[in-house]
Ligand binder design. Structure first.
Ligand code: GMT
Length: 375
């Protein structure tokens, strides 16, 4: 199949999922066209089967907001015609499904029919999309898609609760290339980061308020009162300054390593003992799955799709959002006994197997085939 993929190319779960999906589909013989405003961060390979088409938005001083959706829909029309793209897989209802629908209509005028598969990732539903300013456009974009997927059962339920949806919604979870995380590093260079007696705790996110990074600091503060520990803090975002300030106030700056954005997540996870993800909401929690695939147990909130990924008492523990005391207690429980820690690590890796890309990517292929067959 010739498949057009539209996503946000930045560091963030939806862009990662879209990119990894495109790369895997290309390995399975499909021709993939990424259409977005920047080369996606994890897209390293441009080959015969993988193409990247940049959407340019000309700046015009009269416009307070530059019309990205217009530029995107025009680019989609051009690329579908030029490359014979058969199906568009767009990640996010707004603005991507919205722009794709306009492209589809323009193409129909010329007798070309291209169906749209829309994947909802959460931000477009639970955070931004349900705002009254956007709700009609989100509802319209979902209902006009030819097929719709969500990344968890929880996000499907939220979508049906928040919007008037007439379409069937398929749940296709986030996935992971387990081979990438089966790195076979021997010592993971752990010694560079911590002493032998110190436990290594890790958090990775884009440091938005939804990630509740202050809870990460509070949990770590409680852990390091109980045992020697270091915190690996990875990511950039609006909460970074306040996190640094809080660490300074608590007198733990020397125990926290700030990495900023990193392309070496697998190496950091390799030497981590515990992963913290206390998010306010998380439609799936790809970061938790990446940790689990590396054999790192997860302490998370029980919001959104997290209970579908992090299995309470097996791969880690779940607590109510904001219940820092419970999260700290659970973290100390796992870390304070090395035999117990080992069994949580093994379970984390085992639970991650359910989300192997070889099991999940064919589900998207089946949806494309089914959608094309119905055209
Ligand atoms: O929250 C993020 O880090 C980014 C966000 C996005 O929109 O790219 O991630 C969302 O999509 C991911 C991939 O499906 C999910 O794993 C994340 O849970 C989801 N984030 C939220 O729901 C807050």
């Amino acid at each position: 199949m010739k498949i057009g993929i539209v996503c946000y190319p930045t560091f963030g779960g939806s862009g990662v999922v879209a990119t990894e999906l495109g790369l895997e589909l290309s390995k399975r013989g499909h021709e993939i066209h990424f259409i977005t405003y920047n080369q996606p961060v994890r897209l390293e390979l441009i080959s015969n089967n993988v193409h990247y088409h940049e959407v340019n938005v000309p700046e015009y001083p009269l416009f307070h907001y530059q019309p990205y959706e217009l530029a995107l829909s025009s680019k989609l029309v051009d690329m579908v015609k030029l490359h014979g793209i058969e199906i568009l897989h767009v990640h996010y209802a707004i603005p991507h499904a919205y722009a794709a629908y306009m492209a589809k209509k323009m193409l129909q005028e010329e007798g070309i029919y291209v169906p749209i598969v829309t994947t909802l990732h959460g931000t477009d539903i639970t955070l931004v999309g349900s705002h009254p300013f956007y709700k009609p456009a989100v509802t319209f974009s979902i209902n006009k898609s030819d097929a719709v997927t969500t990344v968890s059962k929880s996000l499907k339920d939220d979508t049906l609760r928040l919007f008037d949806i007439k379409k069937e919604i398929n749940v296709v979870p986030n996935f992971i290339d387990l081979e990438k995380y089966n790195h076979g590093f021997t010592d993971c260079q752990r010694g560079m980061m911590a002493n032998d007696d110190e436990k290594i705790i890790t958090h990775i996110s884009n440091l938005r308020p939804v990630k509740r990074v202050q809870d990460v600091i509070s949990i770590f503060y409680n852990i390091q009162k109980d045992m020697p520990a270091k915190l690996m803090f990875i990511g950039e975002g609006p909460e970074k300054e306040s996190v640094e300030l809080r660490c300074k106030e608590l007198g733990i700056l020397d125990k926290v390593v700030f990495f900023g954005r990193s392309n070496e997540i697998d190496k950091i996870l390799c030497f981590s003992d515990l992963f913290l993800l206390p998010s306010q909401t998380e439609s799936f929690g790809l970061a938790a799955l990446e940790a689990m695939a590396s054999g790192v147990p997860v302490i998370s909130s029980n919001s959104g799709g997290l209970p579908e990924v992090n299995i309470n008492g097996s791969s880690g523990f779940l607590s109510h959002v904001g219940d820092v005391d419970d999260m700290s207690k659970n973290a100390i429980h796992i870390l304070s006994d090395n035999t117990r820690l080992k069994s949580f690590k093994d379970n984390a890796r085992k639970e991650a197997l359910k989300f192997d890309l070889h099991a999940i990517v064919p589900q998207y292929e089946a949806i494309y085939e089914d959608t094309l067959a119905k055209c």
